[in-house]
Design a binder for this molecule. Structure first.
Ligand code: HEC
Length: 189
């Protein structure tokens, strides 16, 4: 056979092989050598799973994982220094607009009024009826009014130093804590 036609034949053969090798069915994965890798084995969340030491399919989140939208709160409860630091470092991000003060009042009446009183004087129903034994601090006198917003925010979030007033961080959204503070400032005027 002539050298040139042999070369042409090889080229045409290669081209044919390339075309034939292409699979037109996009959903077909082609040859499968390791089926358990191609078709992964799914585990139900609450099922058992022998692969893991504790036998649970569900894994714990990695250390330090936080829920979406959650900002970690770095100041500890019942720590004088942390309460002071919160006062120095946290800034009320909201303005005392009529809307914010109105919502602050609504939140105050849900979460604070029972103990601290309608006007924040420390004479709420829970205390005057002797259902709650500890005297709530007046929020409208110099002791609390002299504190920066961040310190009051800390008390709402983590409770008082002695723990007599409990934490409200899990019940009141951060923005509503700041609104309550604007309302408490307005009450004192
Ligand atoms: C179950 C009753 C109770 C509720 C509800 C409550 N407090 Fe208190 N609060 C207290 C008591 C009691 C104290 C005094 C605590 C102490 O001496 O440790 C106090 C103290 C405080 C202080 C002074 C903390 C300090 O530095 O000494 C602030 C500020 C305060 N409360 C704000 C609030 C706000 C704002 C709310 C609503 C979000 C609220 N409290 C809800 C009982 C309550």
């Amino acid at each position: 056979m002539h050298m040139k036609s042999l070369k042409n034949t090889i080229i045409i053969a290669l081209m044919l092989m390339t075309v034939v090798a292409c699979n037109m069915d996009k959903n077909h994965p082609g040859y499968i050598y390791f089926p358990d890798m191609t078709y992964s084995q799914a585990s139900e969340t609450y099922a058992t799973n022998d692969v893991f030491e504790n036998g649970f399919a569900m894994r714990l989140p990695v250390d330090g994982t936080i829920p979406r939208g959650y900002t970690p709160y770095p100041y500890k409860a019942k720590s004088f220094q942390d309460q002071v630091n919160a006062g120095l470092e946290l800034v009320n991000p909201l303005q005392p607009t009529p809307e914010n003060i109105t919502e602050g009042k609504r939140q105050f009446e849900i979460f604070c009024m029972n103990c601290h009183g309608v006007l924040g004087k420390g004479d709420g129903h829970l205390y005057t009826s002797k259902l709650f034994p500890a005297k709530p601090t007046s929020l409208v006198e110099a002791f609390v009014q002299g504190k920066p917003d961040g310190e009051i925010y800390h008390v709402i979030t983590m409770g008082s130093l002695s723990g007599l007033m409990g934490q409200h961080g899990s019940q009141i959204l951060p923005e509503n804590r700041w609104k309550i503070i604007h309302y408490v400032r307005a009450l004192a005027k």
